[in-house]
Ligand binder design. Structure first.
Ligand SMILES: Cc1cc2nc3c(=O)[nH]c(=O)nc-3n(C[C@H](O)[C@H](O)[C@H](O)COP(=O)(O)OP(=O)(O)OC[C@H]3O[C@@H](n4cnc5c(N)ncnc54)[C@H](O)[C@@H]3O)c2cc1C
Length: 408
């Protein structure tokens, strides 16, 4: 089906008068599998939702949903400002609305924790304009609508513009290196004791690459970083660099990803959330290793980001990202050649096999990619939202009663 490229002012009538198939898909950055489907319509926000306005003091930015994170950072960095964006500049508002986990989140929080205002329409077409100030009481209690939109907006509304509080752009120390599964387990255990300004990311495909990110201005992190350097020096391919900000982070996994493969690839990504693994880490990595040895496609991978610190200091009931005590976000990527249903089946079965191995240690889900077209959607909703799911379903009934947007 062709895309619709609505202006922000057209969204209301577009949804009110909707007579096409459902769900209606929404595309901001267009990086996830569920931003388009040949049998469904997508509202493509990339053409007309392109606002970018930085306040005079640089502390607030208003961003249209069709702007990518690279474009947003490109607008902020000349003013010496930044946001905790993720491992790639490609995603758009989907990153900001579904949580937004950055290598700096342990120090600066999730992207949703920086949202000051949201504009758009509810699923039934009713205009929506909410601010954090109006939606949060003096004792920090968020209204259900605000809580629902911070982390579960794709089920409830189409957001056309977002206002966020920015931070100063900060120089970073980064290090990348190749590790074995045993050494990865050691780094994970080491990282569980790190201060908030230092984080560990890892990407495991044919080989395993680790990425450390430390905030240069954070004294505790620089000390912990210095303690890491002798361990790093022993690792193959170790690269230690200083960069001007999170916006110029090198491509994640670039030491081990092959630049070329046969043809276009389809992917599905399942994001998990886990508490500290502690002494269970070696057994967990060993279990993952068995399944990693059976990857059906070179694009199949397991990776992880680190949470904790500032992300854990926000109450669970403040947003729809309820797993505030999570320390790790492992995600599994299933990949296959476009248009090969048998290969798709194999890669998705492999993804489930790996999920089953990890699940005892990874009880939560980070719903950054929607899977309402796959059999595990119901399980994912429960694991992502837990006790808050009935509250989200009430909001859905109130604001998207015709179920135009993906099902909850
Ligand atoms: C290379 C790469 C690196 C990534 N790194 C990170 C990372 O470091 N940290 C992290 O947290 N995530 C990361 N992600 C995951 C990514 O943030 C999510 O998949 C995100 O949802 C994608 O954003 P998008 O704008 O491209 O969304 P799209 O693919 O356009 O849409 C994603 C979903 O969100 C819904 N949606 C999108 N825009 C809106 C809107 N304006 N209003 C309502 N619903 C909407 C859509 O219905 C769709 O189902 C990464 C993804 C990629 C491809």
């Amino acid at each position: 089906m062709p895309d619709i490229q609505p202006r922000p002012g057209d969204l209301s009538s577009c949804l009110r008068d909707w007579s096409g198939p459902t769900p209606v898909l929404v595309r901001s950055g267009g990086t996830s599998s569920r931003s388009s489907d040949p049998t469904l319509w997508s509202l493509d926000l990339r053409t007309h939702c392109r606002e970018l306005q930085l306040s005079d003091d640089g502390c607030r930015v208003r961003v249209g949903a069709g702007v990518t994170m690279a474009e947003l950072q490109g607008h902020l960095s000349p003013a010496g400002r930044s946001l905790p964006t993720g491992l790639s500049g490609l995603p758009g508002a989907g990153y900001l609305l579904t949580g937004g986990i950055s290598p700096l989140s342990r120090n600066q929080g999730l992207a949703i924790d920086r949202i000051l205002a949201l504009e758009g329409v509810w699923g039934d077409g009713t205009p929506l304009s909410l601010t954090a100030e109006q939606s949060t009481s003096a004792d920090g209690h968020a209204s259900d609508a605000w809580r629902g939109l911070l982390g579960a907006a794709p089920f409830l509304a189409v957001v056309s513009a977002i206002e966020l509080s920015t931070t100063p752009r900060q120089p970073l120390h980064i290090a990348r290196a190749l590790v074995s599964p045993e050494t990865l387990a050691e780094w994970i255990q080491r990282a569980e004791d790190w201060p908030d300004g230092l984080s560990l990311q890892w990407f495991w495909a044919e080989q395993i690459e680790i990425l450390l990110v430390a905030i240069e201005a954070d004294e505790a992190s620089v000390q912990a970083w210095a303690a890491c350097l002798p361990h790093l020096a022993r690792l193959p391919g170790a690269l230690v660099e200083q960069i001007d900000g999170i916006d110029v982070l090198p491509r994640f996994g670039s030491l081990i990803r092959s630049p070329h493969r046969g043809g276009p690839v389809s992917t599905e990504v399942l994001g998990l959330l886990a508490p500290a693994w502690g002494m269970a880490t070696p057994a967990l990595i060993n279990a993952a290793r068995e399944v990693m040895a059976q990857r059906p496609d070179p694009g199949c991978a397991l990776a992880s980001q680190q949470l904790g610190g500032a992300t854990a200091r926000v109450p669970s009931a403040a947003t729809s990202f309820v797993h505030r005590q999570a320390l790790w976000k492992p995600w599994i990527t299933a990949a296959w050649p476009v248009g090969d249903p048998a290969a798709r089946q194999r890669s998705l079965a492999w993804l489930m096999q790996l999920r089953n191995q990890l699940q005892p240690h990874c009880p939560g889900v980070h719903l950054a990619q929607l899977h309402d077209h796959l059999p595990w959607h119901g399980w994912e909703l429960e694991a992502a939202f837990g006790d808050w799911l009935p509250g989200l379903r009430r909001l859905k009934e109130q604001h998207d009663r015709h179920q135009l947007l993906p099902g909850l």
